[in-house]
Ligand binder design. Structure first.
Ligand code: FMN
Length: 649
């Protein structure tokens, strides 16, 4: 068989262990930790799903090596915590039985201990320890680790590595990046020590070296050790890439894989986990630069989800391994699809941060485009339905497509009718905004997935009651979506007005002096896009906040992007009239002001399309309604409801 991506699909040997391809599952954690800090069955199922999908390795994330100085909630593996060894053993088993190498991330977050706690009050009981005394940005005191504690922590890394090996893990990852304890020692910003661990770079690297020696002693030769580091801390006062290269050279003989990430969790979240506003692979340059100076194999990651880009990274020698976190939430089968040349069926990560926001807010796992994530044990397995039924799906947006795909996978006969000449629904418009292109692609891919399981897709086919009765389905899933909400503002029907949903058809109508009416998520994002095109952009919002509908991880980056882009923001401005000169508004002081501009993009929200539901609710024994036609919401809601409506048929 000729593989389309031969370099990505090629095995690699690290230490004495063979990995089946070059696509590794990066650690993703902070969720579903049992009350006694072990790995629960839900986490095990989560990791197993990744292994089944074909990743060469799956890394179980953050095992706290020294709970005494890091009393956070994360996994503990020790012989004192009842069940911890068995829980890790079950997890390692679940990964290994699918041919993936099970790895576990050994971690200590140092002065950021407790960062992941959802219930922040619990932090009161924690002591934060770092290389040096100080105060955290949130006002918490950081205490300098004594030599005795350093020795204990170094030893603990070895102890936990040995236990992980005993549990069946075949690799360990030592977390030395993202601002956590080892990174704090490496960093001239955090490390102000004057003893053998501080000052010169050689001294700052000493703690990492001692940790790695301790781990090596525990696991023995040939057992692969992966070291995760930030190639550069990417903030003023932190270490830069030049020092990153030197650090790599000082530790390379102690490890089997150097994993080069970027930045820190606290000071560069949107770079460490590259946001949609950055190009894909924006951190690869760090791995590439470091690789030129070391002999040890190098891994890279950050916003990678395109097989061709990943293939090129390996083929051109920028890195030996690519790692993915979010891309494997979106589609755990990405590696399998790459290896079997089915890459056109990969559901790509949108970089919407639903995963990170959900983790921060509820400590659970969720992914917009994958309804199974975090719920792998909730009867999610798609099994053939006992009785095959005829299912009519009305509407080919993300919810309808997901519903049709899931229903067909269950063996039902599925007809999907879409009134337009292509599927994708509201996502079709996103093709015009480069940093949201994956949203458009989601519609295209779901369409292909539907075809791959035999869904009968009928385009240009609005569903009337008569048509539904002719089709005579056992179940109808109405996914009719939403339509633009147009308040009675004079002039909204003017020649200079473009509805955001139509923007991809009417790009040329948007002039260089554009007003975006509506500062919700869609309005903010399109405003950023126009600013990137070099237009003068004014963003008008009647409320006092921009985009309250954006999630807690995306929103700060969105607002920062708006500020950076030089967009003029008019909050508390209610549009009264649109005319050829711009938009007439009333401001907070009730004054009438003209915001000047030569074109107006209207992003005033959507409203549910209820007419179709009202028409069809009696046209089959089971009629379910999903997504925006029930209540205007997110892609996440549409996809989840679509999947479950199909599971319920
Ligand atoms: C939901 C989620 C949880 C994560 N948890 C961890 C973690 O526990 N430890 C860690 O080192 N990195 C963690 N990360 C960071 C990832 O390993 C990775 O470095 C980052 O997301 C960039 O890769 P990506 O663009 O492929 O997502 C997490 C990322 C996500 C999305």
């Amino acid at each position: 068989m000729e593989r389309k991506y031969p370099n990505l699909s090629k095995p690699i040997k690290l230490g004495n262990v063979y990995f089946k391809n070059r696509m590794f599952g990066a650690p993703m954690g902070g969720t579903d930790i049992t009350a006694d800090c072990t790995v629960g069955p839900m986490s095990t199922a989560f990791y197993e799903y990744r292994a089944k999908g074909g990743a060469a390795s799956v890394t179980v994330s953050e095992l706290v090596v020294h709970p005494k100085t890091e009393g956070s909630h994360m996994y503990h593996l020790d012989l004192h915590t009842p069940g911890s060894l068995s829980s890790f053993t079950y997890t390692a088993d679940a990964i290994r039985r699918h041919g993936a190498i099970a790895s576990v991330e050994l971690s200590h977050s140092g002065q950021y201990s407790g960062t992941y706690l959802t219930d922040k009050d619990k932090k009161e009981g924690l002591a934060q320890w770092g290389p040096s005394n100080g105060t955290r940005p949130d006002g918490r005191e950081v205490k300098e680790l004594t030599q005795d504690l350093i020795d204990e922590i170094v030893e603990a890394y070895g102890e936990k590595a040995a236990l992980a090996k005993k549990a069946g893990f075949e690799m360990v990852m030592v977390h030395g990046g993202h601002g956590w304890l080892i990174n704090q020692f490496l960093s001239p910003y955090f490390n102000k020590r004057t003893d053998k661990y501080g000052g010169s770079l050689e001294n700052r690297v000493r703690f990492a070296q001692e940790v790695l020696d301790s781990v090596r002693k525990a696991v023995g030769e040939g057992f692969p050790i992966e070291f995760r580091m930030s190639g550069s801390e990417l903030f003023d006062g932190g270490y830069d890439l030049n020092e990153g290269i030197k650090i790599a050279k000082l530790i390379e003989d102690k490890i089997d894989l150097l994993h080069v990430s970027a930045g820190t969790y606290q000071r560069g979240f949107g770079v460490t986990h590259p946001s949609m506003f950055l190009p894909h692979g924006s951190n690869v340059y760090l791995a590439e630069a470091i690789k030129k100076h070391v002999k040890v194999p190098v891994a890279t990651l950050g916003g990678l989800n395109d097989p061709q880009m990943m293939e090129d990274i390996i083929a051109s020698g920028k890195a030996d391994v690519v790692e993915m976190a979010r891309a494997l939430l979106a589609d755990p089968e990405l590696p399998k699809k790459v290896v079997t040349n089915k890459d056109d069926l990969i559901v790509r990560c949108l970089r919407c941060y639903t995963c990170m926001a959900e983790r921060a807010q509820t400590a659970t796992r969720r992914c917009t485009v994958n309804p199974i994530i975090g719920r792998e044990l909730n009867n999610m397995e798609i099994l053939p339905a006992a009785v095959k039924k005829k299912v009519l799906v009305v509407g080919g947006g993300p919810g309808g497509l997901q519903a049709a795909y899931t229903a067909a996978r269950r063996g039902h006969e599925v007809i999907l009718c879409e009134k337009n000449d292509e599927v994708g629904g509201i996502l079709i418009g996103e093709q015009a905004i480069p940093f949201k292109y994956e949203m458009y692609q989601l519609g295209v891919t779901l369409g292909k997935l539907c075809e791959s399981v035999g869904v009968d897709i009928r385009l240009n086919t609005p569903v009337t009651k008569e048509l539904a009765e002719t089709i005579n389905a056992n179940a109808i899933i109405v996914a009719a979506g939403s339509e633009p909400f147009l308040p009675p503002i004079k002039g909204l029907d003017g020649e200079n007005v473009i509805l955001i949903n139509n923007y991809h058809h009417e790009k040329e109508k948007v002039t260089d002096k554009v007003i975006v009416l509506g500062g919700g998520l869609a309005g903010c994002e399109v405003a950023i896009h126009f600013a990137r095109e070099g237009k003068q952009v004014k963003l008008v919002e009647m409320n006092s906040e921009l985009s309250p509908d954006a999630n807690v991880r995306h929103r700060p980056l969105l607002l920062a992007e708006i500020e950076k882009s030089g967009i003029e923001v008019y909050k508390n401005h209610k549009a009264l009239e649109v005319n050829v000169n711009g938009v007439v508004c009333s401001n907070k002081e009730n004054e009438t002001v003209l915001i000047e501009g030569t074109s107006v993009v209207c992003a005033l929200g959507q409203r549910a399309r209820r007419d179709i539901v009202d028409e069809l609710w009696n046209s089959a024994p089971i009629v379910s309604q999903i997504g925006d036609c029930v209540k205007v919401s997110t892609i996440t809601t549409a996809v989840y409801q679509g999947h479950h409506a199909a599971m319920d048929v």
